[in-house]
Design a protein around this ligand. Structure first.
Ligand code: C2E
Ligand code: MG
Ligand code: MG
Length: 742
């Protein structure tokens, strides 16, 4: 049981661990797949955002160039006078759009210009790359440059100015790159998106994180592989999303070519910003899962605990007897296997209580249970190491003794039975509790010891002493086995024997002790085998009584006797009245529901008159049977059949029972007579029984009269009839008929 508990605990821990690992695996898988999806979403989101912002940036640049171009249209040869240009450039809208604006003539001389409202003129700008390019006839967007005067990062636009198709100069304007970025700065994620305009070499042209200058890659950490990939993408002017580390932060970034110069728009966002929501969502999921898992572990433990409780109960009932707490048959078989593996020096004793049914009936079931517990306590106390006791059924106990010494076994079993006998069912009243015990010493014929075989043999030994007095035991021996074998043969053959008429009616005459003439006969069955040999009823009647076949045989015998009487009546004629024939009736038949009906039918069939048949029932009436028995006796009387109490004195029925039964005859048991020969006491008892029977108006018959002296004694005692070898042995029916006719 202790081991079982440990094993169970180990199982619970293992299952819990497995559940936790499974849970962790599922959670990890879930987190992994969610984070992958999330990463994809982030990439997509950043790329979308970057594409939108690049569009906006380009729109702004295009709109700036368009503005410049529309101004350029207003300028011609004639209007290139400074006042005209000044007035055009002084337009407030233009002033708000550009930081500086200037008209440059075809020599590169700034003819008119304006910075933050203050004007300037005649500045030679011909060396500026932008001016050179625009004067070559191209619209130009410069790289980001540092303004000479303000020191700010600026961007220059320049468009050529034509008059009548002839290049007359260029219009150039500058704009703060930061202002340019204003259009792309995103309000997404509460403004936590950073935007930067960079060149292909990483040089920051403009950045929303103010104050950040220099190179984008400076101070930015990448995985070497990730950096390679990024550079490759930059080279091929492709969009790309990447993660990097900057200033103590994990970031996501996307790089998108702007399509102007070698510019790229970089959108960055901290992982924290993006993942914050994701992780809080994950946290919620996990928080929901953890109690769920705890709940399932709790349920698991609870179910397992409950199941253990139920199983313990089931196990108990499966292996133990609930009344005594001893092993039951299953438990015994298991314990037996364990014992027998060590060595096979064992002996099985099956112990049965005498008249347990009667004890239960008379003293109540509670008293019966108490007695059973007492027996178990006694047997258990008598056990030595490696010995086992079990209650194998109602009042039968099995004891496995670790010895094969016959004397020791006999001594121990006797001692056990004596201790059981000492028990008082009712305090201070000593009702004798006897038990009988069948013993089989374990013999190994094969590698395995067959418990069923042992039980079978021990039971055989026990059954052999079932009828008897006091505490008793018997060892199994081969004679018992022979008997069992005989029994099997009898059972195999009984039906066909009945059909084949192998059961013969023998009749033993009964003699009137006074006149010494035949006054009746007892029909006794003989089994005449095919070879002519006779088997006496002592061999097969007990078997038939146990298997119920006796009812068939008794009815058969009754029919045979009726038929004989019918036949003899005709043979002898009315002037020679036939004495009655007695028939032995088994208890089972007697108590059969349709018994009286069957008897009546046969009597009618063979026209048997009253007083022709006597039914003998054996002594040993159970108290609770008295009334039923009396009813049947009355029924038989109505049919003209007398009833005799057979073998009186051999059983244990109380004398006062006789008073309640209206029997006609009392047959004193043969053993009784045998005992009386030498014992004065026995004779006195016998005499008084005969006297009592006379007082109750019973006819008395003594069985087993073998000598003239016995016949004389019986006559002296006042006995009416004698039956015994002294007068005649049981004889074939025709011999009896011959005797009658003599
Ligand atoms: P039981 O009814 O007490 O029959 C008397 C038995 O005593 C008979 O034994 C008989 O042969 C034997 N006996 C008679 N006189 C003497 C004697 O002087 N000395 C000795 N030693 N024995 C004597 P049996 O025929 O072997 O029958 C034994 C028992 O079998 C009967 O005892 C009866 O209980 C039973 N039995 C016999 N036939 C039937 C039957 O057809 N039906 C039933 N149910 N039982 C039967
Ligand atoms: Mg008899
Ligand atoms: Mg008898």
């Amino acid at each position: 049981m202790k081991h079982e508990g440990k094993r169970r605990l180990r199982n619970i821990i293992a299952v819990t661990l497995a559940a936790t690992i499974l849970f962790a695996a599922i959670a990890t898988g879930l987190i992994y797949s969610l984070s992958k999806t999330h990463q994809k979403e982030v990439e997509f989101y950043l790329q979308e955002l970057a594409a939108q912002n690049v569009d906006k940036l380009n729109q702004q640049i295009d709109s700036d160039l368009n503005t410049l171009q529309s101004i350029s249209v207003l300028i011609d040869q004639n209007s290139s006078s400074r006042q005209v240009i000044d007035s055009i450039l002084a337009d407030s809208e233009i002033k708000n759009t550009f930081l500086e604006i200037a008209f440059v003539d075809q020599n590169g001389i700034g003819a008119a210009g304006q910075v933050n409202g203050s004007t300037w003129s005649d500045v030679n700008l011909s060396q500026r790359k932008v001016i050179q390019q625009v004067l070559a006839g191209h619209s130009v967007i410069s790289d980001v440059i540092e303004a000479q005067k303000s020191g700010k990062n600026i961007l220059c636009y320049a468009v050529p100015v034509y008059d009548n198709g002839q290049l007359i100069g260029a219009l150039a304007a500058s704009r703060s790159t930061d202002l340019l970025l204003n259009v792309v700065e995103s309000r997404y994620l509460a403004g936590r998106i950073g935007s930067a305009l960079i060149r292909a070499d990483g040089q920051l042209l403009a950045s929303s994180s103010h104050g950040r200058n220099g190179n984008f890659f400076k101070g930015t950490q990448f995985d070497p592989a990730a950096l390679d990939l990024l550079e490759e993408k930059i080279q091929s002017a492709a969009s790309h999303t990447f993660s990097f580390y900057y200033d103590g932060m994990d970031l996501w970034g996307t790089i998108t070519p702007v399509g102007r110069n070698d510019w790229f728009l970089v959108e960055t966002v901290t992982m924290e910003t993006l993942n914050g929501e994701f992780y809080s969502m994950l946290g919620i999921i996990l928080l929901a899962l953890v109690p769920l898992m705890l709940l399932s572990i709790f349920m698991l433990v609870y179910i397992s605990y409950n199941e253990k409780k139920t199983r313990t109960r089931i196990d108990y009932l499966a292996y133990y007897d609930p009344v005594t707490g001893a092993y039951n048959n299953n438990g015994f078989a298991q314990a037996f296997e364990q014992c027998i593996t060590k060595d096979d020096h064992y002996t099985l004793a099956l112990l049965d209580l005498c008249h347990f049914k009667f004890i239960n009936y008379s003293f109540g079931f509670q008293a019966g249970d108490n007695l059973l517990r007492h027996v178990k306590d006694v047997l258990e106390a008598e056990l030595q190491p490696d010995e086992v006791v079990a209650r194998s059924n109602a009042d039968q106990f099995a004891v496995l003794l670790h010895t094969q010494d016959k004397a020791e076994i006999a001594r121990r079993v006797t001692h056990m039975m004596e201790r059981i006998s000492a028990y008082q069912i009712v305090k201070k009243e000593h009702y004798p509790i006897n038990s009988y015990c069948g013993i089989k010493i374990c013999q190994t014929f094969s590698e395995t010891v067959d418990l069923n075989l042992l039980i079978d043999r021990a039971r055989m030994a026990k059954t052999s002493i079932q009828q008897g007095y006091g505490n008793r035991y018997a060892f199994f021996d081969d004679a018992l086995f022979e008997k069992a074998h005989e029994r099997t043969v009898i059972e195999q053959r009984m039906d066909s024997a009945l059909k084949n008429g192998e059961f013969k009616v023998y009749i033993q005459p009964k003699y009137d002790l006074k006149t010494e003439t035949v006054c009746g006969g007892e029909a006794l069955v003989r089994w005449q085998r095919e070879d002519g040999s006779l088997v006496s009823p002592g061999v097969f009647i007990p078997v038939f009584e146990q298997n119920g076949f006796i009812t068939k045989l008794d009815i058969y015998m009754l029919e045979q006797v009726c038929s004989l009487l019918h036949h003899w009546k005709r043979q002898f004629g009315p002037e020679k009245p036939l004495p009655a024939i007695s028939l032995n009736q088994s208890r089972i038949l007697f108590f059969q529901e349709n018994y009286l009906e069957m008897v009546e039918n046969l009597l009618n069939k063979y026209q048997i008159g009253p007083g022709q048949i006597v039914m003998e029932i054996t002594e040993g009436v159970e108290v609770d049977e008295v009334q039923r028995l009396e009813d049947i006796i009355q029924g038989l009387h109505k049919l003209g059949v007398e009833v005799s109490m057979d073998d009186f004195g051999s059983g244990y029925s109380a004398l006062n029972v006789l008073r309640e039964l209206s029997i006609d005859e009392l047959k004193l048991d043969r053993m009784f007579l045998m005992q009386t020969e030498n014992k004065e006491k026995g004779r006195a008892i016998m005499e008084s029984i005969i006297q009592m029977a006379k007082n109750l108006s019973f006819r008395t018959v003594c069985e087993g009269v073998e000598t003239r002296e016995q016949a004389q004694t019986m006559l002296d005692f006042g006995c009416d009839v004698a039956q015994g070898f002294y007068y005649a042995k049981p004889m074939p029916a025709q011999d009896y008929a011959a005797l009658l006719s003599a």
